[in-house]
Design a protein around this ligand. Structure first.
Ligand code: ATP
Length: 304
């Protein structure tokens, strides 16, 4: 019965959203990245794993045939490890996360999890294994409880409360006039950037996926919030296979590997220390950020 309830509940939600506002539908589909370009192949298998190793092998990709964005990109995230991707604006960092979520298929090369090509997996099982903390979390015009519980259809109230605590948003919610029943989103209470990211973290904690994508916000949060969010992310990324799309070097110095992209090509890779020793593009960026306010997004590589 529960299995039947979840899709029915979702359909009910979609219907309510259509009834309320078309703008919200657009936003929701942008959020979910609904895309009919990608279909399950006949005989696609369900991904079932609690440990996931990611591989991008020689990936070529562009959104349209006239403009190639990624050129032979290879990177690996061993199970439970954290890899951060840095580079100029437009270098193709977020594109990697879109390919991993399979909003698009690669032109050449392949993306795989535990050796299984994403194109041979069902989209539903793939996406069930990935949690995304996006740059800008879109909130539904519903209660804050609903917005967190969305991470796991059928979650119990205790689970939602635990997730809110893990994301350090529980005390904030308790102080709201209607607590978890407070309406948020455009027609309710507006949350700050940091609070919205915490909602996304709580959703992800509830979902409990083996793979985590963290697309760091371009717009800076205040540095206290930024540090707190980093600590929370570090806690939830422990033992998960994590890909960080980074805009600030200060947030990724302890990643297992840092991959530097420029113009859709990997130009450097290594850990923070070895990249500084190599004294190349990453070291130049690091030096630049030491002078600047470290909460600023990355400057262009070519400016270094
Ligand atoms: P930023 O740091 O600014 O977020 P990024 O490195 O994450 O940049 P991507 O978002 O991966 O960059 O974009 C890489 C390139 O692909 C950009 O030139 C962008 O204009 C283009 N691009 C991104 N999304 C689309 C899309 N849906 N359709 C067409 N082109 C796109």
């Amino acid at each position: 019965l529960l299995q039947l309830y979840a899709p029915l509940n979702f359909l009910g939600f979609v219907y309510r959203e259509i009834k309320h506002s078309l703008a919200d539908m657009e936003k929701m589909f942008t959020l979910l990245g609904q895309n009919t370009e990608v279909q399950d192949s006949p005989g696609a298998k369900a991904l079932a794993t609690s440990e996931a190793a990611l591989h991008f092998d020689q990936v070529d990709f562009g959104y349209d045939r006239n403009r190639q964005i990624l050129h032979g990109v290879s990177l690996a995230v061993p199970a439970g490890h954290t890899v951060a991707v840095v580079g100029t604006s437009g270098a193709g960092k977020s594109t990697l996360s879109r390919l991993l979520y399979r909003f698009y298929d690669v032109w050449e090369g392949r993306v795989s999890i535990n050796g299984q090509d994403l194109r041979d997996l069902t989209q539903a099982s793939l996406r069930a294994h990935i949690g995304i903390v996006p740059q800008d979390t879109v909130l539904f015009n519903d209660t804050i409880y609903y917005n967190i519980a969305y991470g796991k259809p059928g979650a119990s109230r205790e689970e939602v409360i635990e997730a809110a605590k893990a994301a350090h948003i529980y005390d904030f919610i308790q102080k709201l006039p209607d607590g978890f029943d407070t309406m948020v989103g455009e027609r309710g209470l507006k949350l700050s950037g940091g609070e919205k990211q915490r909602v996304a973290i709580a959703r992800t904690v509830l979902k409990n996926p083996p793979i985590l994508i963290f697309d760091e916000a371009t717009s800076a949060l205040d540095s206290k919030t930024e540090k707190a969010i980093q600590a929370e992310l570090k806690a939830i990324s422990a033992n998960r296979t994590t890909l960080i799309i980074a805009h600030r070097l200060s947030t990724i110095a302890d990643a297992d590997e840092i991959v530097v992209l420029d113009g859709g090509r990997v130009i450097e890779r290594g850990d923070h220390r070895s990249l500084l020793e190599a004294d190349g593009a990453y070291a130049r960026l690091w030096a630049l950020q030491q002078h600047d306010d470290e909460s600023q997004p990355l400057p262009l590589l070519s400016a270094g």
